[in-house]
Design a protein around this ligand. Structure first.
Ligand code: AMP
Ligand code: TRP
Length: 359
């Protein structure tokens, strides 16, 4: 669908792509992309619209590395179920392909299969001030109310920085909630470069114009999230949910006490449904306004449901072909890890040499 994206970064520089003044060599340059999803819980519409779809839409213009970040899933030890974690990692990888990533052209692998991620994290840890980590909003919300918080939960964004920096990444396509982590990655890289020479490239986050923050169907004041979805049935539409369940969630979406779809003072629930619809169809808001003018919420929900099913059905069909052939999936992931390692190892060696460790 090629939805426009907003590059985000403290430098406020122009997008890396598309300049008519570029030299042939620069024009042929495909920016390196790195992104990932945690294999905790089930992937939902927010993960798809915020992250996966931008990966798929732009895959041919970019040089992509996509990871299933299983080491990040260890940061809340109370929630680790070893057998389930292994299965979930493979499920998430299969969903990457089911969503449309080409297994030939994209590097897709599981984070723990490439050792360099954990190793670079240590080097970065040693120059990341604790204060930077305590400030992260995701840490604050994830640690809030927990009796005991692991060091890993606090350190989570440093592992994420290692993920990104190991691939000389230029663009990191993510949902809005991750932008702070990408800014932190830049800060860590800048500090490393200042102290030890020009080691790391500085990455930028890209967030989609629509779908960067999909809200819960049952509570449009909160971001759709895997952890809330574990406790509340009608919170999220998961990519692998059966149609009957998706129908219940969408038709039961919280709106407001009004009767007709209005655009001037749309309530958060109606805005969320319209935003999801716009993001799924790629249609301009004016056309959507005309379509729903004077219609009731029932029509809005039914139409959004159809658009969701049109997106989800082919993903579920393709998913089955991967799920039915685990040996093939393992082979693709093994090859992905090899290709990832070939890029990551020289960068790790560079980072180690710069601080005077390693052979
Ligand atoms: P996570 O599931 O937390 O590993 O997130 C995976 C990716 O999906 C990240 O890029 C998130 O920013 C994105 N994401 C997760 N939830 C949402 C949401 N509700 N709306 C938009 N993007 C999201
Ligand atoms: N922290 C990200 C999330 O919760 C997942 C992630 C880990 C990631 N490493 C990454 C995303 C590197 C982009 C790049 O969604």
């Amino acid at each position: 669908m090629g939805e426009p994206q907003t590059p985000v970064g403290p430098s406020g520089q122009a997008p890396v792509l598309s300049s008519s003044l570029m030299s042939d060599e620069a024009a042929a340059h495909k920016p390196r992309v790195f992104s990932g999803v945690q294999p905790t819980g089930n992937l939902h519409l927010g993960t798809y619209l915020g992250a996966l779809r931008q990966w798929v839409d732009h895959q041919d213009e970019r040089d992509n590395v996509f990871c299933v970040v299983d080491l990040h899933a260890l940061t809340v030890p109370e929630e680790i179920d070893p057998a389930d974690l292994t299965a979930k990692s493979r499920e998430v990888a299969a969903l990457y392909f089911a969503a449309g990533l080409n297994p030939e052209t994209n590097i897709v692998f599981i984070q723990s299969h490439v050792r360099a991620h954990a190793e670079l994290t240590w080097l970065l840890n040693c120059l990341t001030p604790l204060g930077w980590l305590y400030r992260m909003t995701q840490f604050k919300s994830k640690s809030d109310g927990r009796e005991s918080v692991s060091t890993g939960l606090l350190d989570y964004p440093v592992l994420q920085a290692a993920d990104i920096l190991l691939y000389d990444t230029e663009l990191v396509p993510v949902g809005e909630d991750q932008v702070q982590h990408i800014e932190l990655t830049r800060d860590i890289a800048t500090r490393y470069n200042q102290l030890f020479g020009d080691v790391f490239k500085l990455p930028k986050a890209t967030v989609p114009k629509m779908g960067a923050r999909v809200m819960g169907f049952d509570d449009p004041e909160v971001k759709m999230s895997k952890s809330i979805a574990r406790e509340r049935d009608r919170h999220a539409v998961h990519l692998l949910d059966p149609e009957s369940r998706i129908k219940k969630t969408v038709m039961g979406a919280v709106t407001d006490s009004g009767q007709e779809v209005r655009f001037d003072h749309a309530s958060p629930g109606v805005r969320n449904l319209l935003g999801i619809y716009q993001s799924l169809t790629g249609r301009p808001m004016e056309a959507i306004e005309t379509e729903f003018e004077g219609q009731g919420y029932g029509t809005l929900k039914k139409t959004v449901l159809e658009a969701i099913m049109e997106t989800v059905r082919p993903i579920q069909e393709r998913y089955r072909t991967y799920a039915d052939d685990p040996a093939q999936l393992d082979a693709v992931l093994a090859r992905g890890a090899e290709r990832a390692e070939a890029i990551a190892e020289p960068v790790l060696a560079r980072a180690k040499a710069a601080v005077g460790v390693g052979r």
